[in-house]
Write a protein that binds this ligand. Structure first.
Ligand code: ADP
Ligand code: MG
Length: 392
């Protein structure tokens, strides 16, 4: 099993790199986590309900002011460095990781906040592009760094929103608000019930004795993901318009079933959204009542709906999910995130994990010639700050 490096070792690593890169001591450390989503997939941009949690894997940064008109970045994991000037517009560079920090800096500047120059050295134990939202972790890490160096505190929802806008405008990904909200607002040991219609949140307790959560990274990322994501957004908007509502949040699955859409595909997309929102509500009841068996069923139904209704799965994810569901001690599994690759989330009994890993690893390699990676996780706290020297 792929164990996360401890937060202590990551903190020391980035502080050391900071010293080497910038010949100074870092003043603060920021831990910006990745996230999972228990259920409520592809519904955030329809104003739906989602149930994410931050995880115990992070992007970790060491930060200090530098007295210059620029932000110097060093990515210790991939050995990338960059220098971003603060007094000129930061242009989009197609395909570059720098679009995320650039987008966040630009969004903050557009809000009239003056950003002092700073240095930031970071590393990460989060897979990139694996559906755990390393992109939101990166954005929130940079936004938090700016709060520290500028001596301000952004409203947490505004912070999530500006990170989302950075992803839209600079990275060109028209994502919903779930990822950034989870990274900013999550609470240790809880899932975050987020209502994407009005941005209200409720923290729903996770009893760790109930079951365990495993993530399986399929190792595949199909190219069509971003184009298809836009198509799905267009389809749900069109379906809502045909039904005469501003978003599909406003309709029930029965209303969708009874409606005659202009194209059958719109009915399939809308039915996924409406039923997924209903499943998310039901999942909250399961968490409150400690009913993991039923929660597992809802998770399986979610995968089925994403596969056949929303059509965002792929053979690798379908194979992993159905193999897991057939194993002893597994309550349910499903594809997680945007789809067309990325990870599968498994709800299982603790004792079942080692056997499950060996069975799935072998079966996946035999079927696709690919190596799956496994990690156990649990709901953890959102972004947090530590003083490296002195007080916050
Ligand atoms: P996910 O958010 O699911 O991990 P995305 O495709 O949304 O996948 O975001 C991944 C992108 O985020 C990467 O292609 C890269 O640009 C950026 N990124 C993530 N982690 C790092 C990192 N450690 N260093 C630099 N860029 C990173
Ligand atoms: Mg992302």
């Amino acid at each position: 099993m792929n164990e996360p490096s401890s937060s202590d070792s990551m903190r020391e690593l980035v502080k050391q790199h900071f010293r080497q890169q910038f010949s100074a001591e870092a003043r603060w450390c920021v831990f910006s986590p990745g996230r999972i989503n228990l259920i409520g997939e592809h519904v955030d941009y329809s104003g739906g309900l989602v149930l994410p949690a931050a995880i115990d894997r992070w992007m970790v940064a060491a930060i200090g002011v530098n007295g210059r008109n620029e932000v110097r970045l060093f990515d210790a994991r991939f050995e990338l460095s960059a220098c971003l000037p603060l007094r000129v517009p930061l242009a989009v560079e197609k395909g570059s990781w720098l679009n995320y920090p650039k987008g966040v800096l630009s969004q903050i500047q557009e809000r009239g906040i003056t950003i002092p120059g700073f240095d930031l050295c970071f590393s990460s134990n989060l897979p990139t592009g694996g559906g755990l939202s390393s992109s939101a972790a990166l954005e929130v890490m940079v936004a938090t760094a700016v709060e520290l160096v500028a001596g301000i505190q952004l409203d947490p929802r505004e912070k999530a929103r500006l990170c989302q806008q950075a992803e839209h405008r600079h990275a060109g990904v028209p994502c919903g608000i779930m990822d950034q909200a989870a990274v900013v607002l999550a609470r240790e040991g809880h899932f975050l019930l987020l209502d994407c219609a009005d941005f209200s949140v409720e923290h729903v307790r996770w009893e760790s004795s109930q079951a365990e959560l495993m993530l399986i990274d399929s190792g595949v990322h199909h190219q069509l993901a971003s184009g298809e994501y836009r198509n799905r957004r267009d389809a749900v908007e069109k379906a809502a318009a045909e039904m005469g509502v501003s978003s599909l949040r406003e309709v029930t699955s029965d209303q969708v079933r009874a409606f005659a859409f202009s194209e059958a595909v719109l009915g399939r997309r809308a039915l996924h959204v409406a039923t997924e929102i209903e499943r998310t509500r039901a999942a909250v009841t399961c968490l409150v009542q400690g009913d993991c068996d039923h929660l597992g069923k809802l998770i399986q139904q979610s995968h089925h709906s994403l596969r056949y209704g929303f059509e965002v799965s792929c053979p690798e994810l379908d194979f992993l999910a159905s193999c897991c569901n057939a194993q002893p001690g597994v309550m349910g599994s499903r594809m997680m995130g945007g789809g067309f690759g990325g990870s599968v989330l498994v709800l299982l009994e603790r004792a079942a994990a080692p056997a499950l890993q060996s069975v799935i690893e072998l079966a996946y390699r035999e079927q696709f010639g690919l190596k799956a990676s496994f990690l156990m996780t649990r709901p953890s706290g959102g972004v947090r700050v530590e003083a490296c020297c002195g007080s916050l």
